[in-house]
Structure formats: structure tokens, C-alpha cells
Design a protein around this ligand. Sequence first.
Ligand SMILES: [Fe+2]
Ligand SMILES: [Fe+2]
Length: 250
Amino acid sequence: MDEARADRDTPIVRRREMLSWPVALVCGSAVLTGCGTTRQASSAATSTPAPTREQAPEVPVTPPEDLMREHGVLKRVLLIYREGIRRISAGEQVPAQPLHAGAGIIRTFIEEYHEQLEERYVFPPLVKARKLTDIVSVLVRQHQRGRVLTGRILDATAHPTPRQARRDLVANMAAFIRMYEPHEAREDTVVFPAMREVISPKEFTEMAETFEDEEHRRFGAAGFTGIVGQVADIEKTLGIYDLNQFTPRL
Ligand SMILES: [Fe+2]
Ligand SMILES: [Fe+2]
């Protein structure tokens, strides 16, 4: 099974259910990172009875992990935009449909979901604690500017693109990439780590539950996995899905 099919066909596992699984079951393949205790649990399981669901230690999915993998979706759409810019700059036909689909994911998954979570749950505790206030105000302004750019990209790719509009489309996608690469990198390395300084462990756990509920309310049972499958389909359409094509020949 290829990775794209795996993205879509993997049974959907609600994180709350996963939280209640024995670590040995969750990390049974010993492939997942952060499963250092898994190997201990697995080897112990050979000589002692398997722990019950109630006794088993939990594998927490924290809000920063949740937000960072959403950034992975954002990054993959930036790569889709970059491929669109490459083709248009080379005089090729505008790949309007894939670009429109990518911008649609930015609109629904990043702007109307991920950024709403940041503005509602991540930024306010930092501002209240007077931490990173300058950065937060820039990030909020960038969210607003990003929505303007996405509106332009959606409009430009909804119909056949005239020559002048091609230049504007390239400029708007380039501006979006230029802004969001440092934006998400700053959130991953500075803002999300700071959450631990201003949010209690209890609030962290409650926030994880809130994020989980909101994800499935908005995106159905497939949730994040379904969105990743949509991105993989766009990448396949553009011929940028195969990861190995990006490995340099040395
Ligand atoms: Fe953000
Ligand atoms: Fe973000």
C-alpha cells in the first residue's frame, strides 16, 4: 500500500481512545518516537500479565503536538504553491484546480480552524502573562493578512487565469509562502514551547480534549487524517507526492 492510500485507509483512531490504550499496544511497532517506555512495557509483557486498560500508563497527545502537525499540513500546501509558482514562471499552464484545492484547505483547515485555536486558546494566556506580546501581535496581524492573500488565490484559481492575473497569482502565493515559513517556525520554536510556562497541566489536558472535539466536529470522523489524504491527492495530481524525488543524487 502506498503512503497516500495509507493516509486515507488507516483506521481512524480517536486520540481520546488512544489515550486510554496500553502503551505497549499504542507503540507495539516500536517505530513511534517518544515510546521509550514502550519497549520496557513490551518486554515486561512477556513475563507478566498484560496491563488492563485502567492500569495502563497513558500516551498523552499534547496541544503543541496537535498544532505542530497541523503546521505540517500548512507546509505541504506551501510546497503545492511553490510548484504552482515554478510552473507558471516556466510558462506552463496554471494548475488552477490543484492550487484552488490547496487554498481551500488553507481556508478551512488552517485559517478557520488552526488559527482560531491559536487565537482563542494559545495567545490569550501568553498575553495575560505578559509573555511574547510583541510576537503574538505580529502573528495575529499575519493571520489577517494571510486571509486576504488566500481570498485572492481562491478567486484567481476559480476560473481560467488571464496573463496579468497569472503574475498577481504568483505574487500572492510568493507573499503567502514568504510570510508563513517564518510564522510557523516561530510558533513551533518559541510560542508553543512557552505554552507550558503559562498553562497548567490540568488545563493542558482539557485543551487537548477541546482540540480533539473541535477537530471532529468540523472535519468528521476522519479529522486530521482525512485532511492529510486530501493534501496527498493534490500532491499526486502535481507530481510532487513521491518523497524520494527530492533526495539529491550525490
Ligand atoms: Fe499562527
Ligand atoms: Fe500556527
